[in-house]
Design a protein around this ligand. Sequence first.
Ligand SMILES: Cc1cc2nc3c(=O)[nH]c(=O)nc-3n(C[C@H](O)[C@H](O)[C@H](O)COP(=O)(O)OP(=O)(O)OC[C@H]3O[C@@H](n4cnc5c(N)ncnc54)[C@H](O)[C@@H]3O)c2cc1C
Length: 400
Amino acid sequence: MDFAVSEKMETILAMVNSFMDSDVIPLEGEFLHGQPETVDQLVHAAQDKVRQMELWAPNHPIEFGGLGLTMLEHGLLSEALGRSPLGHLIFGVQAPDAGNIEILHAHATEEQRERFLRPLVAGEIRSCFSMTEPEMPGSNPTMMGTMAVKDGSDYIINGQKWFTSSADGADFAIVMAVTNPDAPPHQRASMIMVPTATEGFNLVRNVSVMGDPGSGHASHAEIIYQSCRVPQSNLLGAEGAGFAIAQERLGPGRIHHCMRWLGIASRSFDLMCERANARVVAPDGDTLADRQVIQNWVAELDAEIRGARLQTLHAAWVIDQQGAKAARDEISAIKFSVANTMLKAVDTAIQVHGALGVTDDTILSWWYRHERAARIYDGADEVHKTSLGRRILRRYANPA
Ligand SMILES: Cc1cc2nc3c(=O)[nH]c(=O)nc-3n(C[C@H](O)[C@H](O)[C@H](O)COP(=O)(O)OP(=O)(O)OC[C@H]3O[C@@H](n4cnc5c(N)ncnc54)[C@H](O)[C@@H]3O)c2cc1C
């Protein structure tokens, strides 16, 4: 194992961390309490500065203006950006665009690249990924109600989706729909690009999550596709290849999420330690940091975050060395364990802050509400545990 990074990457990480402290974290007050339009303007201004520093969309291939980072390097960057909810958006590497860009890069035709990929990488447009349905189990997406039926040179799409993150204001959706209902379960669905301006693309509502319907990039839409007609040339990859492409999107995507969560965990840890040192809790000047229970929490969390970080970097390293398929066990393990470490870090930091922790005067309560979903999306804890446990036990039953 070798997690060493190049000197160039060290410099990039130092620049990113410094910009996060000077220009991104200070926007959180406006993000928590300001008007969405004002936040948008501030985000655009910060994005311009990132472009001037030539750090825009660093994870993309070099021919698209990115830095051509390895999975390990991108993971380290994602950790730095994860220290604020605005980090990924300001650097042009936010979900779901980052994952959509990866699959477009791998499967789009020349024409699709010009229409969808190039402006997406440049940050001129946003996109969304529309797979999950309210009436079907997202944990088993072979059960899918949305249909795309051929009509002349078009597809006509009908169905209902929800939790299509960032659909509000997006230029196009990548929609998973059944095109081959008689094929084996994993070959029934295809991915189709649907511009959101298409007649029949109906954004019904931004679903309220933990008391907040959100808006723009920070929202999760319910969408009804009603006789929504798009040309068959909008098909991404082969017909029936939807699940195979979705799998490609999920492996590396989980490294990005886990490293982003580690950014959240480490910022929560920083806030917790700063508060523990500052909060005087006795007339003799003792602070929370003088209390043994707080020292234990700090030590335990430090050990847990270090372990989660090494585990995630190791999974990224296996992907870099052998590809995502060889890293299946590592990816399943980090998906549930790092999500839980991050949630524990946020929860413990809130506890140390006392009443202040549940106010919106710090970023902790926003994370507490919005990151609970980490245990559900991209495969719920139970799904990853079941598949990892099953694979391990099979190896014991059939030793090589
Ligand atoms: C914040 C957020 C953002 C999202 N963004 C997107 C997006 O951009 N695009 C998109 O298409 N989808 C998105 N999703 C949807 C997400 O992918 C699904 O919620 C997820 O796949 C789970 O599906 P479900 O909600 O239908 O739960 P279900 O499949 O109904 O599962 C419910 C629960 O049952 C348990 N369970 C399920 N299967 C098993 C099993 N095999 N063994 C044991 N227990 C099991 C788990 O505890 C699970 O949490 C998002 C979800 C959230 C919360």
